[in-house]
Design a protein around this ligand. Sequence first.
Ligand SMILES: NC(=O)c1ccc[n+]([C@@H]2O[C@H](COP(=O)([O-])OP(=O)(O)OC[C@H]3O[C@@H](n4cnc5c(N)ncnc54)[C@H](OP(=O)(O)O)[C@@H]3O)[C@@H](O)[C@H]2O)c1
Length: 316
Amino acid sequence: MTPRPLPRPRILLIGADGQVGWELNRSLTPLGQVIAASLDGARGPRVDLADLRSTRALVEESAPDVVVNAAAYTAVDKAEGEAELARCINVEVPGMLGELLRGRGVPIIHYSTDFVFSGESKRPYREDDEPGPLNVYGETKLGGEQSLLASGANAIILRTSWVYGVRGHNFVRTMLRLFAEREELRVVDDQVGAPTWSRMLAEVTAQILYRILRGDLELERIKGVYHATNGGETSWFNFARTILHVSGGSCSLLAIPTSEYRTPACRPAYSVLDNAKLEETFGLSLPDWEVSLRQCLDDLGYCAGRQDRLNRPIQD
Ligand SMILES: NC(=O)c1ccc[n+]([C@@H]2O[C@H](COP(=O)([O-])OP(=O)(O)OC[C@H]3O[C@@H](n4cnc5c(N)ncnc54)[C@H](OP(=O)(O)O)[C@@H]3O)[C@@H](O)[C@H]2O)c1
C-alpha cells in the first residue's frame, strides 16, 4: 500500500508582496502550503485590509493552521495625513485577526517597529522599555501590538528596524539609484539605528514557525513581543557610505543634521533594539548589519567577483 502523504500545514501569509512578505514567501515554503495573500492578488488571494470584511473572509476561507502578517501601512510620512487609514490597517486589523484566531487556536506572527520608541535612550531598547512614538505610524504600530496582545491570541510580535531588501522601496535601493544619478548627496548623520535585511528577518521567522508547527514551543508561555534586528548600529550617513563603498559607486556624500532634512513625520534619534530576548528564547540572532548588507548587495549583483571589496575595511 502506498503511504498517504501527511497534510501540509496551511500558512496564511498576509502582505506577500512587501519587502518582508516577499522573502517570507520563499522562506516559509518548505514548512507548508503558503497561501500568499496581497493587495493585488498576484500570488494568491487578493485582500484589502482596509476592508475588514474582506480580511475576515480571507481567514475564514483559507482555514490556516498559522498566520504570518507582513502587511502594514508603512508610509511613515504619508501616515501623518492618512491617520485613519493607517489606524485601520495597523491597529484594527491585528486586533481583529487576533480575535478570529484565538477562537480557532491558531497562532500568529506579526511585525512591529523601532518607531514605537521616542529615541531618548542611551542604550539599546528592551521589549519592556516604555514606548513613546513620535509619529502617527509609530502610534498605530504600537496600537497594533496592543490590540493583538489584548485579543488573547497566541501571538509573537517581532519588532524590527530600518528594513531593506532586494525589492520594494528602501534606503539601499534608493541610494544605489541616486549614486548613479547624482554627484553629491546629503544624508542625515544624527539618527542611529540598526539596518535589517528583510531576508534575515524572514529566515528568523521561518525558524520560529518551524518550532511552532512541530509543537516544540509552549506558546502560552512564550507569546509576546520580541526585538529582531540585525546586530550593531549605525547612522543613515554611515549606512549610505558603506553602501557606496561596497557597491563601488562614485558620489560625494555630505553628513547633515536632521534639522537640515525636514520631513512631515518626526523620527527617533536613537532606535537601536536589544535582541537578547530573541536569542535567549529561540537561540536565534541576526548577524551584524554590515554582514547582511554586503550579502544583500552581492545578491543585487554589486559585489559579484569582487571579493577584495567584500572584506576590505572602509576608508574615509
Ligand atoms: N520598512 C521598514 O523599515 C520597517 C521598519 C520596522 C518595522 N517594519 C514592519 O515590518 C513589516 C513589514 O514591512 P515591509 O518593510 O515589508 O513593508 P512594505 O514593503 O511596505 O510591505 C507592506 C505590505 O503591506 C501591503 N499593504 C498595505 N496596505 C494594504 C492593504 N490595505 N491591504 C493589503 N495589503 C496592504 C503593501 O501592499 P502594496 O505594496 O501593494 O501597497 C505591502 O505589500 C510591517 O509590519 C512594518 O510595519 C518595517
